[in-house]
Structures are given as C-alpha cells and as structure tokens.
Write a protein that binds this ligand. Structure first.
Ligand code: 13P
Length: 246
C-alpha cells in the first residue's frame, strides 16, 4: 500500500473542502485506486467538518500536530490527541520540521506519539536533516537519533515514517534518486532494529510535485509521499498520483 498525504499547513477555510471533493472524485474513478490511500491534514479548525464529510468516503483526515498530553488540561491553545480523535480524525503528523524548529524536543515527540496511539490515531512521524547537518555529513547520525529517541517496538502498526529533508521543504531542491535510495535504505535498516519484522512504511516529503515525482518513483523503497505546496491544488495533487502510476 502506497500513501499520498497532503499537508495543508496554515491553509484552508470551510470552502477549501472543494479541493478534496475533486480529489475524491478522481480517486473513485482511478483504476489504480486499490494500490494507494489518500490522507489530508487540514488545520485543526477544519478537522470536524472535513472528517464528517469524508466519513464514508475514501479520503482519510488527520491533524498536523497534537499536544503532548492525553485528554484535557489547562494549556491555552493546545489540542490533545483525544480531542483530535473525538472529532473524527484518524491520523496525526508528529515531528514536522516546522514544529521541531519551534521547539519540539525528542522527549515531547515521544509523548505525542504515545498519547496519539493511545487515542487510536495513526501517527505519521516526520524526520529529516537540515542544510547544515547535510553539509557536515551528519544526515545518518541525525536520522538515527530522531528515530531511536522516539520510536518503540510497541508502536508497530500505528506508525508511518516520513523522511522530509528540511532543505528540500518548499525550496524546489530535491535529493537525487541515488541519494534518496541510500537514505531510505538506511532509515529502513534503523526501523528494522526497532520494529523487527513489522517495519513501518517510509514516505518521502520535500518539493514533491507532478514533475519531481517522476524521479522519486525510481526509488522503489519509497512507500509514498508527504506533499505540502502541491496539495493545495486538486490538479497538482492528482498529477502526482497520475505521474507516479504512469
Ligand atoms: P513542500 O511539498 O511544499 O516542499 O512541503 C513538504 C512538507 O513539509 C510536507 O509536510
């Protein structure tokens, strides 16, 4: 099973559901539809509305983050995994670089993953090195730390890993397919040490669009994509899927 995930970040109003309706229509007619799953992570404000609408349809809804506590507490502005689940979402991203940059530590991320899974959300756990780390050849070291400090065997079945090199997010700069292949194989090796036979799927994210996906699809180790900018247009998102299976 492949995954195509659209992360809207700070984008979207109630009307933007029309973008997802078009993607859903494409999906229901696509001859390849049994091979993949579509997930979208709109902002918190739209989770309930969109989850209700897509309840019996094919697009899955998730949140972009969650707070590192279980249910209710006195943290102004925070949204817990329980609250996300209670409005019908099925997934959550955890560890996106936008949130790591704002101060999410490995310890906080571990709590987020724990509470999300406790509340029956599936977690898309994001990892990735920044430009300096890449330049200093620290990529593998960083990825290993991000994975081993947070993930545990007991999370199996509920984790998807998304490799998003920070230098590629929103920049149009992408890893070569050879480079991406080596990194993905490395990530899968670390995951095998943690999860044994139940290794999670590994997605790629960073400047994925209809054009770049043509080089990524050569990397057979990649199990899908986490898409930012191009997920805000139904046409651009559909192009990614079409070109992947072409
Ligand atoms: P872009 O596709 O805009 O590079 O964003 C990737 C991303 O951060 C998805 O979570």
């Amino acid at each position: 099973m492949k995954y195509f995930i659209g992360n809207w970040k700070m984008f979207g109003s109630p009307k933007s559901i029309n973008i997802l309706k078009k993607i859903n229509l494409f999906y229901t007619k696509d001859k390849n539809r049994k091979k993949y799953r579509i997930i979208f992570t709109p902002p918190y404000t739209l989770l309930q509305n969109y989850s209700n609408y897509f309840k019996n349809k094919k697009i899955f809804i998730g949140s972009q983050n969650c707070y590192q506590k279980d249910k209710f507490s006195s943290n102004t502005g925070a949204i817990s995994p329980y609250m996300i689940k209670s409005v019908g979402a099925k997934y959550t991203l955890v560890g996106h670089s936008d949130n790591r940059i704002e101060g999410d530590t490995d310890l906080m991320l571990k709590k987020k993953v724990n509470y999300a899974i406790k509340n029956n959300l599936r977690v898309v756990f994001c990892i990735g090195e920044n430009k300096t780390e890449k330049k200093n050849k620290k990529t593998f070291q960083v990825l290993k730390r991000q994975l081993t400090n947070v993930l545990e065997k007991k999370f199996y079945n509920n984790i998807i890993v998304a490799y998003e090199p920070v230098w590629s997010i929103g920049t149009g700069e992408i890893p070569s397919s050879q480079n991406l292949k080596e990194t993905t194989i490395y990530i899968k090796k670390i995951l095998k040490n943690i999860f044994r036979s139940n290794t999670p799927s590994v997605l790629y994210g960073g400047s994925v669009d209809g054009l770049s996906v043509q080089s990524f699809k050569e990397v057979k180790e990649i199990d899908g994509f986490l898409v930012g900018g191009a997920s805000k247009s139904s046409k651009k998102f559909i192009d990614i899927i079409k070109n992947y299976y072409r």
